[in-house]
Design a protein around this ligand. Structure first.
Ligand code: R5P
Length: 282
């Protein structure tokens, strides 16, 4: 087995290669004069693991090109982050079901798929090959233990994050957990329904699968500080951090913004490599 990655996931792929003790295939990324992506990979093996998050459109093109480079091998596609996963339904007439067409396209050339905290598990069948979704909840719990917090409250900012909050709380040894109710008003603004939470003097960790614009977490943090929270941190799986999200979050008083390396950034403070490696060798 050998590991190969797109540009987006070089560090994570390297970590997976180290943990699984498998070689990482060298890839040269360049562009043709017209801007098209050109890849040149080293020697591939019979079983290839392609590791590549899809954050922006070029990441998807690179994944498709890597799948073709590995076409003579058995391919496991590790998709740590999948953009468009929030478009898992047709919300209005005339819209695409974006998650479905992307999953179908990527699944067409591979033998199996591994995702990490995919926004909706209902997307998995669209890959058309065996697909599993891994949860980083245990790793998030372990990371939260390293924060300067005592007896933290683990809070999901919406109903969709309730299970993640519960799983992290259990992983931390039965921390208290709760979730809020969110109504999305636009791409970057949300309304969090008023809810009295006993947070006076407490440390609160807002947990979520994705931080995109930071609108969800900053709105929740403002409400928590008004109710007397001592400190608010936010820990997510996928730090998309679009449109100045980090500034938005820290200026709302959030003490720390932490994510995994499914999207590599300065906020990546814990890794998905271990759980992915376990899935690959089990
Ligand atoms: C939505 O359902 C997701 O779980 C996140 O809550 C959402 O993507 C966060 O987006 P933003 O950071 O833009 O508020």
């Amino acid at each position: 087995m050998k590991i190969i990655s797109n540009r987006r996931s070089q560090v994570l792929a390297g970590r997976i290669a180290t943990v699984t003790r498998n070689p990482l295939v060298d890839v040269r990324w360049t562009r043709f004069p017209d801007g098209e992506i050109s890849l040149q990979a080293g020697e591939i093996s019979d079983h290839m693991v392609i590791v590549g998050s899809f954050v922006e459109s070029d990441d998807l093109i690179e994944l498709l090109l890597l799948i073709d480079i590995c076409r003579n091998a058995e391919i496991t596609l590790v998709l740590p982050y999948m953009s468009y996963a929030r478009q898992d339904k047709q919300f209005n007439p005339g819209e695409p079901l974006s998650a479905r067409i992307i999953a179908r396209t990527l699944g067409a050339g591979v033998s199996r798929v591994i995702t990490v905290n995919l926004h909706e598990e209902t997307i998995l069948p669209y890959f058309g090959v065996p697909a599993i979704d891994l949860s980083l909840a245990p790793g998030m719990a372990k990371f939260i233990m390293s924060l300067p917090c005592s007896n933290p409250l683990i809070l999901g900012p919406d109903a969709g994050a309730a299970r993640l909050a519960r799983d992290i709380a259990t992983g931390g040894g039965e921390w208290e957990n709760d979730h809020l109710h969110k109504v999305r008003l636009s791409g970057d603004t949300v309304r969090i329904e008023p809810k009295v939470i006993p947070v006076t003097g407490r440390d609160v960790i807002i947990v979520d699968d994705i931080i995109s614009t930071g609108g969800t977490q900053s709105t929740a943090a403002s409400m928590l500080y008004l109710q007397g929270a001592a400190a608010v941190y936010t820990v997510c799986v996928h730090g998309v951090l679009a449109t100045g999200a980090y500034t938005h979050l820290t200026s709302s008083g959030i003490r720390g913004v932490f994510s995994s390396d499914t999207i590599e950034s300065a906020c990546s403070t814990y890794s998905a490599a271990g759980i992915i490696a376990d899935a690959l060798i089990s």
